[in-house]
Design a protein around this ligand. Structure first.
Ligand SMILES: [Fe+2]
Ligand SMILES: [Fe+2]
Ligand SMILES: [Fe+2]
Ligand SMILES: [Fe+2]
Length: 435
């Protein structure tokens, strides 16, 4: 498939910035702002578009591991956090992305400075230049809140950067920052302008690769979303796994199943913009809180709708709370409302997974009870009854365990990674595990 990776990263950074703002009190649009600064600094240093894509992409994603790290290891909050963990996990995540240039170390070392005060106690001058650029831009934005800094304060900021040149920021990074940070650039970083500025400065990054090879990236995105709340810590990933199994069950090609896997991984990406306090609230939600949670489906739509090449994936992902009888949410343009087979499938799997999970307000239900509830919904015209039956047939085999991933699914259906192909009879290729 061919799509715009720069647009996908930009959407993802919208969610990451919201998380960073919520958990760390970071400024709005922080990642995008760092990315613009990094592009300008790289351009000043004479970098080509491939190099600029590398530093800009890593700048957008520099704190991608915050949700995972905070919720899994530091539930008491991020303030006393050991920066090293989010640098390492973040680096690991970023290296799944097919950057056109070498970005190793850019995320890992984004908190290293010349005084060796960073988590790895590195002399920043010995880290890759991309890391030096991101570290300087990140630190300056965190200290000076560039989205609202008055141009009158620019001389003060510039003398601060000069004073730290060679002692905190590396000389190369400080000089590049000083060379590009003028009043025009500062004003273009305001919240109202920042999307526009990013669109203008970021080189186009078109990726052409099979969906199968994008599944690792989808997994990273699913994990970032899932770690937003401990109650949904494997929600998107389990849905992606279930969707992949169901796709193979129906006889779709591996490539087609991989696209469904991508859509399932992205379906709740809008949850990144919903406050964790509401997602995790024990007990019943107020009407107002419920409306805020429902808004996540709209945010998923807002984040995915403009990514060129993602039209099908967006369609399948964002209708997961729509009902066949016209009820549900969010409000969407007419062309989305006629839910095709894959949209119906993802909607059903989302309901199946949600009912089986323990949430603050209910315990996880058994497979049988879940299918009973879905049967009722199907009989009331809300969801697809045939898909509900098929889910029952397939998922009953894993009712007491976590859903195995795509590799197990491939093996189960007799596919090797090379033999992506259509199974001859949709639905007929299924055989119970172990037979
Ligand atoms: Fe960081
Ligand atoms: Fe940051
Ligand atoms: Fe959802
Ligand atoms: Fe969901």
């Amino acid at each position: 498939m061919i799509f715009r990776m720069d647009q996908l990263l930009s959407s993802l950074s919208m969610g990451l910035d919201a998380v960073e703002g919520e958990l760390l009190g970071a400024t709005t649009n922080h990642g995008k702002r760092i990315s613009i600064l990094a592009i300008m600094m790289g351009r000043h240093l004479g970098w080509n578009d491939d190099d600029l894509i590398g530093v800009a992409g890593c700048a957008l994603m520099h704190d991608n591991a915050l949700t995972e790290y905070i919720l899994s290891e530091r539930p008491e909050g991020a303030h006393a956090m050991d920066h090293g963990a989010h640098c390492l996990i973040g680096e690991e995540n970023v290296l799944y992305f097919p950057f056109p240039s070498d970005v190793r170390g850019f995320v890992k070392y984004h908190h290293e400075y010349m005084d060796k005060s960073g988590p790895f106690k590195m002399d920043a001058a010995k880290t890759p230049l991309g890391a030096q650029i991101i570290a300087a831009a990140d630190d300056v934005d965190a200290r000076y809140h560039l989205q609202q800094l008055s141009p009158a304060s620019l001389p003060d900021l510039r003398s601060f950067i000069s004073s730290k040149r060679g002692s905190y920021y590396t000389c190369l990074a400080a000089d590049a920052l000083l060379a590009v940070l003028d009043e025009d650039l500062l004003l273009s970083l305001r919240d109202k302008q920042v999307d526009n500025t990013f669109g203008q400065k970021m080189p186009k990054w078109v990726v052409n690769m099979p969906a199968v090879d994008l599944m690792n990236i989808a997994k990273v995105v699913a994990s970032i979303t899932d770690y937003k709340s401990q109650y949904t810590a494997r929600h998107s990933l389990q849905i992606a796994y279930r969707a992949y199994w169901m796709g193979l069950y129906y006889g779709f090609s591996r490539e087609q199943c991989a696209k469904i896997y991508l859509a399932a991984s992205f379906h709740d990406i809008g949850k990144l913009l919903i406050p964790a306090a509401i997602l995790e609230k024990p007990g019943k939600l107020t009407e107002e809180e419920f409306a805020i949670i429902q808004k996540h489906a709209f945010w998923s739509y807002a984040m995915l709708k403009d990514i060129e090449g993602f039209e099908e994936i967006c369609r399948w992902a964002v209708t997961h709370h729509r009902k066949l009888n016209g009820k549900g949410y969010p409000q969407l343009p007419q062309c989305y409302l006629d839910m095709d087979f894959t949209s119906r499938l993802i909607a059903c799997i989302d309901i199946y997974q949600a009912l089986r999970e323990t949430r603050p307000y209910h315990r996880g239900r058994s497979h049988e009870e879940t299918i009973r509830i879905m049967g009722w919904m199907a009989s009331h015209g809300e969801i697809d009854s045939q898909i509900t039956e098929d889910i029952d047939r397939v998922m009953v085999l894993f009712k007491d365990s976590q859903m195995p991933g795509p590799e197990e699914a491939d093996a189960h259906f007799g596919l090797s990674s090379q033999s992506a192909g259509k199974l001859p009879y949709p639905g007929m290729a299924f055989r119970p595990a172990g037979s």
